[in-house]
Structure formats: C-alpha cells, structure tokens
Design a protein around this ligand. Structure first.
Ligand SMILES: Nc1ncnc2c1ncn2[C@@H]1O[C@H](COP(=O)(O)OP(=O)(O)OP(=O)(O)O)[C@@H](O)[C@H]1O
Length: 940
C-alpha cells in the first residue's frame, strides 16, 4: 500500500475525486457539527441557481448564502459553480460591473474554497494514518489467525481460506490504494489548475471591484448633482405650490361670495316662483277651459273646412274645365280666323341688350292668351295702361324654336299649294332681323323663321317624295329707296349655283331669272348668305346694323302628284321689313336720312293699306309704295299671312311701342278671306290645252281678217284722225306706231302666259287686283280676249259703230294701241303717278295693273328695264292686230276662262316661235314689262 498517495477510500473501499473528498470532508464536518447527514442537500440547495443571475438576486437571498453555516454546508462543487457563474456573469457584462453584495458573496465563497484546499493535506495524512491503523489491525488479525491455523488443520484450512481471502482483499486494497494515489495526483493537478483559475478570478475580481468602485463614485457624483438639481426644482415647485395655494384660496373666497350671491338669488327666485305658482295655477284652469273651447271651435272648423273642400273641389273641376274650354275656344278662334282669313299677329318682345344701361320696361303683363299690357311708368293715371290682344305674345326669354313653333303648320300649307306670307314689323332695332334670319346662320338654335321654314319645307318635301315630286326655287330681293334689287344677282354666285331650268315638266310658266332652284337647306343657306351680304345695312344711333331696306325672300314650290299628275303651286314670302324710325332718335343724316324717309314713307303706305283693308274699303292704295305692291298678294289675296310685331321694351321707345301695337291691332282685324289651294287637275289642264289650240286657230284667223281689213281702202285715213284726237287728249303719252301695236299684242300674249298660269293658280301671289277684288288679275287677262272677240264679231258683222267707238277711246291716233315707256306710269314711279294708278284701279276698266303685284314681276321690271323698250320684232310682226278694235265691255263676260285660255295659247305660240330663247331672262323681263305697260294703256 502506498501511503504517500493521499487516497481517500470510502468505507466500502471506493475511492473519490478531490471534489468528492472535499465534499466528504464537508459532510464529515457537517456530521460532526450537527450529526444530521441528510440536511446537506438542504444547504447545498441555497447555492443552486437554475434561472437568472446573481446580480438580480434579492439582497436577502445573497445574505442567506453568505451565512457561515450555508458556506460550510455547501458542497465544494456548488461553491465552484457559484464562483464560475459570478465570473461568467461579469464577463458577459463586459465592463465587469459586479454588484457589491455579489462581490462580497464571491469573496466568502473563494475564502471557503481556499480554506478547504488548505486543509486537504492534513486530511490526507489523517486518511493515511487511518489506513495504517487498519493495516495493523489486519496484520494482528492475520497473526491471530496464523496462530489459530497452527492450532488445527481444519481451522488451519479455514484460516488459510480466510487468509487467502484476506490476501485477496489486501491485493484489492492495494489496488484501491494505488488508484487513490492516482486519484490524489489528479486532484493535485486539478487543485493546481483551480488555484491558477482562482488567482485569475481574483485578479478579475479585483479589476471588477475597481471598475465597480469607479462606477460607484461616478454614480455618486451624478447622484449628488441630480440631487442638487432636484432640490432646486423642489424649491421652485414649492414656490409654485405656495402661489397655487394662494390662488386656490382666492378662488375659494370668490366662489364663496358668488355662491352666497347665487343663494340669495335662488332665494329671490324661489320667492318669485312661489308667488307665480299660484297665478300659474289660475292660468292653468283658464287655459284648460280655453283648450276645451278651442277643441270645440276646431271641430266646427273641420266641419266647415270639409264643407269648403267639397265646394273647392267643385270649383277646381270647374276651373279645369274652364282651361279646357279656353283651349278649345282658342282653337276655334284660330279656326274661325283661318276661315275668315285673318292675318295672324304674333308679338315678340326683345330682351334688353347687354350694353343698355337703363332697364326700365314698358311691358307690364304678358298673358298666355295673347294679352299684352304696356305702360309708361313715368306717367300716372288709368289711361297709362293699354291692353292689346294678339294671337300670341312671346316674352323676352322666348327662344327662336318657340317663336317658330306656331308658324310651322303654315309651312306645310305651302307644300299643300297655299300661298303664305310671313313678315316682321316693328321699330328699328326691335329684333325683326333677329326673328326672321337670326343672329347667326352657323348655329341651328339661332336660326330665325326663314331658315327654319325652309328647312321644314325640305324635310316635308323629302317625306312626301314617294307621292309628290317637288321643285323649289328661291328668290331674294330688297326694296331700297323705292327700288327693287335682286340680292342674288351677284354674278359669281349665280355661276356657282347655276340658273333656274325653265323647261318645266308641267309646261307651266317658269319663274324669272332671279329665281334659283334649290335642292336642300344647304343650297338655301348659300343663297341667303349671299342675299344678307348684299342687303343694305348701316349704323344708326338705335341699331349698329340697321337694315336700310325691306328684304323679301320668296320661295316657289311646284309639286307634281306622281299618280294624278295634278300640279300644286305654293308660294312663301318671308319679309323682313326695314324698321320705322324717329329720325331725331336715330340721328340719321345724309344717305341714312334719305333711307329713313323712304322707309317711313313705305311703312305709312302699308298702314294706309291695312287701314283700308280693315275698313273693307273698295279702294285699297297698294300702289303707294313698292312695299305694298309686294305685299299686295299677301294682304289682299287668298294667302295665309302672319305678322310678327317686334317690340323694344325700353322706356324711351314707349310711343313707338304703342303706335306699333295699334298698327298690329288693325292688322289682326284684317280679313283676307279663306285661303285657297293652288291645285290644277289633269283633266282641267288637258281641256285648257284643247281650248288653247282652238284659240290659236281662231287667233290665226283673226290675224288673217286683220290683214284683209288693212288691205281695205280708206283704212289709213281713219287711222290718222284717231291718232290726232287721242294725242291731244293725252299729252303725256306718245304714239308708237304699228310696231308698238304689235308690241301690245305681244305683251298681251305674254300676259296670256301669266293669265294662263294665273288661272291655273288663281291665288298665286301675283294674281289679284287691288281694287276689284281677288279676281282682278284674271280680268286683266280676259280683257284683250274680249276685245279680240268683239272686234272679230264686229268685223264679221260689219258693226262699224263699235269699231269706231273703240278707236275713239282706246286707239292711238296712228291707229295703234297706246303705249308708254314712262316709268312713272309703270307702277314704280313717284307718288303722283302711283296715285294716278290707284285712281285707275278704282275704275271698272282698271286693267292697268302694271304688275300683278308679285315680287317676280317687280324684279323682272327692275332687273330688265331695257327689255321693256325693245320688244321682239318677230313677235311684233306675227301679232299684228286690226287698227280698229271693238269697244271693250265694262264687265268681263262669262266666257272669261275660255278667253284666258285663248290668251294662254297665244302666248304658247309666241313662246314656241321664240324657241329656246324663251329661257332667256331678258325675254321674260320683256314680256313681263310689256304686260305692265299694256295694262296701263288699256286703263286709259
Ligand atoms: N330676341 C332677341 N334676343 C336677343 N337679342 C335680340 C333679340 N332680338 C333682337 N336682338 C338684338 O337686338 C339688336 C337689334 O336687332 P335687329 O337688328 O334684329 O333689329 P331690327 O328690328 O331688324 O332693326 P332694323 O330695323 O334697324 O334693321 C341686335 O343686336 C339683335 O341681336
């Protein structure tokens, strides 16, 4: 057994590590001190730290650990574990900052370990001694056993066995001892290692301690600083607190005084309420009785209201019926007006214009039924309010579309073969052009009546194309300073747009050269643009762009029924009159003044015509101006006529407004007679053609007779006589010889053309004579045929008296019919000549309609005056008439229509002889103008 090796052997012979030995030592000590083994675990548990760090342990736990018995009772391993844990924590924390109490614990633990290590050799010695004593004991035992062996063999054997056993034990003990020694060496090495570790730990601990102390001192410095700061803050806060306390006290005092006051007030109110409570009670009783009364009254009222409701319902029903009746009345009134042929009058009030500063209006009331009340706000009295009634009144807000709406049915009428005339009347600047043309062509909403009417016309004609073929032509003229001008005569525009094709499929007379065929609204827009550009406008004080002429847009419609071949002819006049103006207000001078005078004169002539028509006078002075001549067919004929009366609402225009309205009132009273449709059936036309050819034959016979008559002796003498007589009777006229006679006939043939067409279209815009009623123009054309017939009969029967009588009155001294080139007598001269013409028209022999009043005739004359003076020679020759003709009858004969047809056939012959040249505008002008002069001559 190696005694140098400090081998600890447990009682069962096991050897342990240094830790175990130290633990065993601890256990031994514990056993010695307390005698209780199992409590070791309990003490060892104190150092067991499964979670958290020592730095986080509560101070009580650390103090528990630091107790002497805890340290002594703890196993060396747990002590080492405590050390290494604390050190690990300090390393983890990097700055080595270990709390003071942990550092103290560490110190104590390390001291305990040191103590235990220092005691280790001593323990080892004790152990070795123990082993030695045990060996000695064993040796003595062996010796005793050997003695015993010697005593008995059996015993010896047993003893031997025991000995053997003991030897084995001894060998084992030796081995154990050796192992113990090895173990001891290992523990020694471990001890060295731990010592090294311990010293390192000590150093670390020192370092940590120092840093900790530094930190502590810094913290102390900081703490002292913060303490000083906090103290100063506390001082401040204390001061504030004192202030607040003072304020609180003040507020408390204030609140107390206030609450005192409130309490006093409450007391007062309470007193007041108490005093009123009683009166309230009284009032309640009164109120209850009133409520009861009200309830009673309410019930009575409900009964009465119910009763009233029933009565009101009856009234509402009656009112509704009243409106229906009113609408019905209006419809009937319109129908009656249509039947009577009244001119429809629509009144339109222009809005104030943007620049107009003074906006005092004269319009007081606009009724739905066409009632209008105008007033002069500057005047007082009941006469100040004037009431007018028209077909309709459009207020300033009315749109172009609304204004056109009531006119629309009339546009359909044009395509149905009626003649329609729409004209705008009013003082200058009142919106006539706005209503008729509109402020601009480019925007459809702005379109005036003209564009809308034409647009509708094309729309309807397109919709009827499967049954009726329509041809539409437009004409636009202006009457400027009593002269008629073609607004579409612009050469380039004519070239561009082509001219009217005179060869009509129905063989009817064609419109003149100022007529332009149109196929769509776009064509019309082209024409109207040109027309508006060519129209004379000028600036006046009342209107920047005042129209200085009356503009007349005429639309001719020829419709052929594709099934029956019947022909419909309608004519639409759209007239924008120049505005009447007070020269002092329009400040017109020079040309403007002259224009204004012409305008006013023509408008006053219009007034005269309207007055005569309204009075149903036998004489209507159409010829007093070009305007009335143009409007003749619309005002005195069987056309449907609408007048737009334009009003300027401003105060300054009050007198003009009133006179315009008075005029309009008169116009609305004019009865034209029911309008007639211009329709010609196929049968009638064929008959007319037959009659015409017969008349042609008759005429050629007449010519022959005339020639034979001229060959008779003495015919020249009588001729001369008559010439002289006639010449002295009428100094203003001059004879034109035989050529003029034939011209007359040529004219009468031309008239025949017109007459035929007039018969076909008895209400054509050109057909009526002013004074002798609507059939006057027919008479115009019958008359020459009467003459022919009577002269033919006179010649055949040798009625010399008739022939002489006629020659005395109607034949010029040279034997020819009278003729004049004097333009005044052609119906376009001055007022004097027009008066004469009016007088002429009054006589029964008033063949002298210089024109038929139609726009086309006027245009023909005005555009081609030379043609009037240069008749077609060939025609002259062919149409020689007898120098003496029978006296015409004063009243047309019953055979008027056949005679007219005859003249028509005459014209046909003439035009066929003219051949294709008949299309020339000059020739047409010529015929038309000849017609004018002829009729005048006949009248005289
Ligand atoms: N209903 C309306 N709404 C808005 N402006 C209108 C209306 N009527 C007329 N005007 C404006 O009033 C001015 C005068 O209108 P317009 O030229 O049509 O009058 P007029 O009666 O034709 O005048 P004149 O007789 O001098 O030619 C124009 O500037 C026109 O644009």
């Amino acid at each position: 057994m190696n005694s140098e090796l400090p081998v600890y052997t447990s009682e069962n012979g096991d050897q342990g590590s240094l830790g175990e030995i130290l633990n065993a030592d601890v256990a031994e000590r514990r056993e010695n001190s307390k005698g209780v083994h199992h409590e070791g675990d309990k003490f060892g548990d104190i150092f067991q730290l499964k979670h958290g760090s020592f730095a986080d342990l509560p101070a009580a736990r650390i103090s528990e650990m630091m107790k002497v018995e805890s340290l002594e009772n703890a196993s060396t391993q747990s002590l080492f574990a405590v050390v290494s844990k604390i050190l690990d924590e300090s390393i983890e924390r990097k700055n080595g900052d270990i709390p003071l109490r942990v550092a103290s614990l560490l110190k104590l633990v390390v001291q305990e370990i040191e103590q235990r290590v220092s005691k280790y050799p001593e323990n080892m010695k004790k152990q070795s001694n123990l082993f030695k004593s045990r060996e000695e004991r064993y040796q003595s035992k062996i010796r005793a056993l050997e003695t015993l062996t010697l005593g008995s063999t059996d015993e010896k054997e047993i003893i031997m066995n025991q000995l053997q056993q003991m030897k084995i034990e001894k060998v084992r003990a030796d081995e154990e001892r050796k192992e113990e020694e090895h173990h001891l060496i290992r523990i020694q090495t471990e001890k060295d290692h731990y010592e090294i570790k311990l010293s390192a730990l000590k150093q670390e601990m020192e370092l940590a301690k120092k840093t900790h102390e530094n930190n502590c001192s810094q913290l102390e410095i900081q703490a002292s600083k913060s303490k000083a700061d906090l103290q100063s803050k506390i001082l401040e806060l204390e001061l504030l607190l004192n202030d607040s306390r003072k304020k609180v006290k003040e507020l408390e005092n204030f609140a107390q005084s206030k609450s005192l006051r409130w309490r006093r007030k409450e007391h007062n109110y309470q007193h007041f309420i108490d005093s009123h409570q009683a009166s309230l009670q009284d009032l309640r009783t009164v109120s209850d009785s009133i409520k009861k009364e009200i309830l009673n009254t309410k019930m009575i009222y409900i009964d009465e209201i119910n009763q009233f409701g029933w009565e009101l319902k009856g009234l509402v029903d009656a009112a509704q019926n009243y409106h229906a009746v009113l609408a019905e009345n209006r419809k009937l009134y319109n129908e009656i007006q249509d039947l009577k042929g009244n001119i429809r009058v629509y009144c339109r009030i222009r809005p104030f214009l943007p620049g107009q500063s003074q906006k005092q209006t004269t319009i007081e009331y606009i009724g739905e039924n066409g009632e209008l009340i105008v007033t002069n706000p500057l005047k007082q009295g009941k006469d100040n309010h004037r009431l007018f009634k028209f077909n309709k009144v459009f207020g300033p807000a009315a749109t172009q579309e609304e204004v056109f709406l009531d006119t629309r049915p009339l546009i359909r009428s044009v395509l149905d073969g009626f003649n329609v005339c729409i004209f705008a009347y009013g003082q200058t600047g009142s919106g006539k052009t706005y209503t008729m043309s509109g402020p601009s062509v480019s925007s459809v909403e702005d379109w005036g009546v003209n564009y809308r009417a034409l647009n509708d016309l094309f729309d309807i004609s397109r919709s009827r194309k499967s049954s009726i073929k329509y041809e539409i032509g437009v004409q636009m003229v202006e009457i400027y300073n009593e002269q008629v001008r073609d607004l579409l005569s612009n050469e380039s525009s004519q070239k561009r747009l082509g001219i009217w094709n005179t060869t009509q499929p129905n063989g009817l007379a064609v419109p003149d050269a100022s007529m332009h065929p149109v196929k769509s609204t776009a064509d019309v827009l082209e024409f109207m643009k040109i027309g508006l550009m060519n129209r004379v406008v000028g600036a006046t004080a009342l209107n920047e762009r005042s129209s200085r002429s009356h503009s007349v847009l005429t639309v001719h419609v020829f419709g052929t029924d594709l099934k029956t071949n019947a022909v419909l002819r309608g004519c639409l006049h759209l007239i924008d009159l120049a505005g009447s103006e007070r020269v002092d207000r329009s400040e017109a001078t020079g040309d403007r003044l002259k224009e204004a005078q012409h305008i006013n004169k023509s408008l006053s002539a219009l007034g005269d015509v309207i007055f005569a028509l309204a009075q149903k006078n036998s004489h209507v002075p159409y010829r007093n101006s070009k305007l009335t001549q143009v409007l003749q067919s619309s005002l005195g004929g069987q056309a449907k006529t609408i007048m737009f009366v334009q009003l300027n609402p401003d105060l300054e225009s009050y007198s003009e407004t009133v006179s315009t309205l008075k005029f309009a009132e008169r116009v609305s009273g004019v009865e034209l007679g029911a309008a007639r449709v211009n329709k010609e059936g196929r049968g009638i036309r064929e008959l007319m053609e037959q009659v015409a050819s017969l008349k042609d034959q008759l005429a050629s016979k007449d010519e022959e007779i005339g020639r034979l008559r001229l060959l008779r002796p003495n015919s020249g003498e009588r001729h001369g006589m008559n010439t002289q007589r006639y010449g002295s009777a009428s100094p203003r006229r001059h004879s034109v010889g035989t050529s003029q006679q034939s011209r007359k006939l040529s004219a009468s043939r031309s008239l025949g053309v017109k007459a035929a067409s007039d018969l076909d279209n008895s209400s054509e815009c050109s057909d009526r004579h002013s004074d002798a009623g609507s059939q006057q123009s027919v008479e115009d054309f019958k008359y020459p045929r009467d003459i022919y017939q009577q002269s033919r009969l006179a010649l055949a029967h040798g009625d010399q008296n008739f022939l002489e009588d006629f020659n005395l009155k109607h034949v010029v001294p040279d034997g020819n019919l009278s003729h004049t080139d004097d333009p005044e007598l052609l119906g376009f001269g001055d007022a004097d000549s027009e008066e004469r013409l009016s007088d002429i028209s009054d006589s029964v022999l008033s063949m002298g309609t210089e024109t038929d009043g139609s726009v086309s005739s006027i245009v023909e004359y005005t555009l081609f005056p030379e043609a009037v003076k240069q008749p077609d020679e060939a025609t002259e020759k062919q149409l020689q008439v007898p120098s003496k003709l029978p006296r015409p009858q004063q009243k047309p004969s019953a055979t008027a229509s056949s005679q007219l047809s005859s003249t028509k056939s005459l014209s046909k012959t003439a035009s066929s002889k003219r051949g294709s040249s008949g299309t020339s505008s000059v020739q047409k002008g010529s015929s038309s103008t000849s017609r004018i002069s002829t009729s005048k001559r006949w009248a005289k």
